[in-house]
Ligand binder design. Structure first.
Ligand SMILES: [Zn+2]
Length: 559
């Protein structure tokens, strides 16, 4: 007889994060749902789609739940497969779905053989079904059965089909289920149909996809190279780019480092009438100062020491197309004045040459420094600034594009998976939540690096987990903020806190006096409103009242 081990370890996987409204089971986000709500959904589906479609939807839902739980137990599979497997029924019970009693369990993972027989009692589906429809002739524990099949198939890495051979909803004493590899069931086809995508639903989804495709081909295409996003901040910037693409206007892209200014510049080029001509990118900060002019404008042979051959500048190369001048703020003043002349005249003159050449180039400049400030400080020519500042577009930082992160991550997994020849199942809910909360000082580039490293660290066919990220972020000594296993951001002694501690210690106040100061300040700031003050301090109101009183008493005692 199989006995369950203590489920303490499984219960420890459950975390209630009441402050951010999330519940976790390991890395999976869960929800505490009323059975009444689920029963209502079941009933509504029944009325809307009929019993066959409802059964299919619920079976597939259950299958997903089972697959997710198998991720938790599969890791323990090696030591004692039966003990690892039995954690599935334990999780099913922990989640409140049903009481499971094993009757018989034989398995050999290497050989792929499996036979499992279980008794179910207290099935929520029996409860919900009887309440609404009364006694049934056929079994009704569809979602539960989907779970058993999903869990076991994922655990065994082959399709193991469970059947409910008797059900309490048809008057049996309890439900009984049997699972075997699908090939061993002679009537498998009658049951596997419930695991397949619903013809009706998939047809609807297919049509919805078609509509999306048509709509996006009517509107601006939003998936040019790395241009992925639906967030308002992204769409605003993209719309400005699209408008600029229709004209020849000089565009100035501003934004923090790593936000993808070059991607926007390329998108602008690709959607403009210049798309078939060259797109030339120059990083002004990466060029040695003495070569900038020859790089940009070209040089005749012998124009300077080392100019052994005639050099065609970037302006000439970009003729008819787009010239992208990244980090324009780093351009030395002398090159700035020459650039201004070229922009005004629309012609270039190579170094050491006397012939001017007409060039038809659209300029897209980019900077992550405040050019206006640079003008004030005399590092950037005011006239060039006004020449470039015709049509500025601010590219939003990644922290303002949180809704885009899942889309970007999906695309990055595809891209780097191919690059590193790795199949990745995806990213866990918890890891995704952490990505959404991280402030991304390095923006899209940082996200890209993180996902690439995550893919390298994740085993074939596995999920990218939060652990893989904290490992990477911890190794970055310069980041003050770290993603922790709880998915919360933890600040590792930011300099202000250190400063505060130093100041506090230097003042010679007692901890109690400091607390009193803080409490009084919070009360004052909230205009005497204790609930408001408590909120400021992250306390409950009774906690605050208690502390205020305690500190008052202590002060009086001292006096
Ligand atoms: Zn049943």
């Amino acid at each position: 007889m199989i006995r369950y081990p203590n489920n303490l370890e499984l219960r420890r996987l459950v975390h209630f994060c009441t402050e951010d409204g999330t519940i976790w089971l390991g890395e999976n986000r869960m929800i505490l749902l009323h059975v009444a709500a689920l029963a209502t959904l079941r009933k509504e589906l029944f009325k809307l789609l009929g019993s066959e479609h409802t059964r299919r939807v619920l079976t597939r839902m259950g299958y997903v739940c089972g697959t997710q739980d198998a991720e938790l137990t599969r890791k323990a599979r090696g030591h004692d497969p039966i003990a690892a497997f039995i954690m599935g029924p334990q999780l099913h019970m922990l989640e409140g779905s049903v009481q499971v009693t094993p009757v018989k369990l034989e398995m050999d993972i290497a050989a792929g053989s499996f036979y499992g027989e279980f008794i179910w009692e207290n099935s929520w589906e029996v409860h919900a079904h009887l309440e609404e429809f009364g006694l049934q002739s056929d079994p009704v524990c569809w979602m539960l059965l989907g779970y058993a099949s999903g869990y076991t198939s994922s655990f065994m890495e082959r399709f193991v089909l469970f059947k409910e051979v008797s059900c309490a909803a048809s008057g049996a004493e309890h439900c009984r289920i049997i699972g075997k590899p699908v090939e061993e069931w002679s009537d498998a086809a009658e049951h596997t149909v419930y695991y397949e995508a619903d013809a009706l639903v998939s047809r609807l989804l297919e049509l919805a996809t078609q509509v999306d495709v048509l709509r996006s081909s009517l509107e601006a295409p939003l998936q040019i190279e790395n241009m992925i996003g639906n967030s308002p901040a992204f769409l605003r910037a993209y719309q400005l780019v699209s408008k600029a693409a229709e004209t020849n206007v000089t565009v100035l892209l501003t934004g923090e480092t790593g936000v993808g200014k070059e991607c926007f510049a390329r998108a602008l080029h690709r959607t403009s009438s210049r798309a078939c001509e060259a797109f030339i990118a120059v990083n002004c900060a990466a060029l040695p100062h003495d070569l900038i002019e020859s790089e940009l404008f070209g040089a005749e042979k012998g124009a300077f020491t080392g100019a052994h051959a005639t050099r065609i500048g970037k302006f000439e190369r970009a003729d008819g197309g787009t010239l992208f001048l990244d980090e324009i703020g780093e351009l030395p003043l002398i090159a700035q004045s020459k650039l201004l002349r070229v922009l005004q005249a629309g012609e270039v003159e190579r170094l050491g040459g006397d012939q001017t050449r007409k060039v038809n180039v659209r300029i897209v400049a980019a900077t992550n420094v405040d050019l206006q400030k640079a003008v004030k400080e005399g590092r950037f020519r005011a006239d060039l600034f006004y020449r470039l500042h015709v049509y500025p577009i601010a590219i939003p930082p990644l922290r303002e594009r949180v809704p885009d992160i899942p889309l970007m991550v999906e695309a990055m997994i595809k891209k780097f998976g191919t690059l590193h020849n790795k199949r990745i199942a995806g990213i866990t809910d918890r890891a995704m939540q952490a990505l959404k909360r991280y402030p991304w000082p390095g923006n899209v580039r940082e996200l890209e690096n993180l996902i690439e490293r995550g893919i390298i660290l994740t085993a074939q066919d596995d999920w990218i987990e939060l652990d893989q990220f904290s490992l990477c972020l911890d190794s970055q000594a310069e980041t003050d903020i770290c993603l922790t296993k709880t998915g919360l951001l933890e600040e590792k002694h930011p300099p202000q806190q250190k400063q505060f501690c130093d100041d506090f210690l230097a003042m010679g106040l007692s901890l109690n006096e400091l607390e009193t100061l803080l409490l009084n300040e919070a009360v004052e700031r909230s205009g005497g409103n204790l609930a408001g003050a408590a909120r400021l301090l992250g306390l409950t109101r009774p906690q605050l009242t208690y502390r205020l009183k305690r500190n008052q008493d202590m002060t009086q005692e001292k006096e």
